[in-house]
Design a protein around this ligand. Structure first.
Ligand code: XMP
Length: 315
């Protein structure tokens, strides 16, 4: 049985012993990095600088929500607004692994800039076991380079500290509950953000479309679950596919892209089963997405693939 209180105490003590200088931590607002930040804050307090990068690839209202949540835990937070840098770096890139590598590398460059500002020696990260297992880990095939593992450039000077490295998601959620972190039950959101839910080339318009679609999926599922019409899935979102088809709006021909809705049940993200969602809910989502994205999306499909053979995200 996993004992979260002892884990927190031991991890904080270990960090206290290991970190003898200023550290920065990459906060994404997700459960993993928030837990790592709150434990690191207990361990080294003033020596810790939290950096949140707004990549322009976050969900709707997410930056404001994350800033407010992190400030309730007393963390010393700097927000770096880097949307234009990300879009510039990702221009013309369509290959998923290349996207992940570019995003990971730019993250590290931005952290290095922050490191110089505060003269940091360490980088604390909320990496958990599935991140490095699925990134190859030296012995396995690389399925996806998680930005916080496969994307680290070789010439990086920061020393990496990963207190949650051996844990799985359910254990990290236990820690979050013990630490009274509000995002304990929040569904996972991948480090590369909406970039890997926007298949094909990233443009601000296409990212806007997938952001709206994700917001609609989240809202409809959460409402339906609170009304007892369905169980909330472990993870649920939309992805935008660069597949165009012919549709009709009123009596006007529309040649638009496709949104796929994905919802899965899982314990730790290593394997997953697609969720059976009542058709009436999917129908409502489809209508809302095609109405609010009239100009760009004219078809919505539902993904019925387990992991394996699929993965949860589409890239
Ligand atoms: P896949 O798509 O590999 O995802 O089945 C398994 C779980 O991991 C999340 N995921 C990521 N999380 N950085 C992360 O922190 C990443 O690069 C990344 N890629 C996927 C995914 O959302 C799912 O919960």
């Amino acid at each position: 049985m996993f004992d979260s209180a002892s884990f927190i105490e031991e991890a904080a003590q270990k960090m206290k012993d290991e970190i003898d200088d200023v550290a920065i931590i990459a906060c994404s607002g997700g459960v993993d990095s928030t837990v790592a930040a709150v434990i690191a804050n207990q361990a080294i307090g003033d020596k810790l600088h939290c950096v949140y990068v707004d990549t322009g690839l976050m969900r709707k209202n997410e930056t404001e929500e994350i800033q407010s949540m992190l400030s309730t835990h007393g963390l010393n937070l700097t927000t770096v607004f880097a949307e234009n840098r990300y879009f510039e770096a990702l221009k013309g890139i369509t290959e998923p692994e290349q996207k992940r590598k570019i995003i990971g590398e730019l993250f590290i460059r931005i952290f290095e800039e922050e490191q110089t500002k505060v003269n940091a020696k360490y980088l604390v990260q909320g990496t958990i076991a599935p991140d490095w297992i699925e990134s190859g880990g030296g012995v396995r095939d690389t399925i996806k380079s998680h930005h916080n593992v496969g994307g680290l450039p070789e010439d990086m000077t920061l020393l990496v500290v990963e207190p949650l490295r051996d844990l799985y998601k359910d254990e990290v959620r236990d820690l979050a509950r013990t630490l009274e972190i509000k995002v304990a039950e929040r569904q996972p959101f991948p480090g590369p953000g909406l970039a890997i839910r926007c298949l094909g080339e990233l443009t601000k318009e296409r990212v806007h479309a997938v952001r709206e679609a994700c917001a609609i999926v989240e809202e409809e599922f959460e409402n339906a679950a609170s009304e007892g019409k369905m169980e909330i899935p472990w993870q649920y979102f939309a992805a935008l596919l660069p597949v165009k088809s012919v549709g009709v709006h009123g009596d006007v021909r529309v040649y638009g892209e496709t949104v796929v809705v994905r919802a899965v049940q899982s314990l730790d993200g290593m394997s997953a089963r697609y969720s059976e969602i009542p058709h009436s809910i999917l129908q409502k989502i489809s209508t809302r997405i095609t109405n609010s994205l009239k100009e760009s999306v004219n078809r919505v499909v539902y993904d019925i693939t387990h992991k394996p053979p699929g993965t949860i995200e589409w890239e």
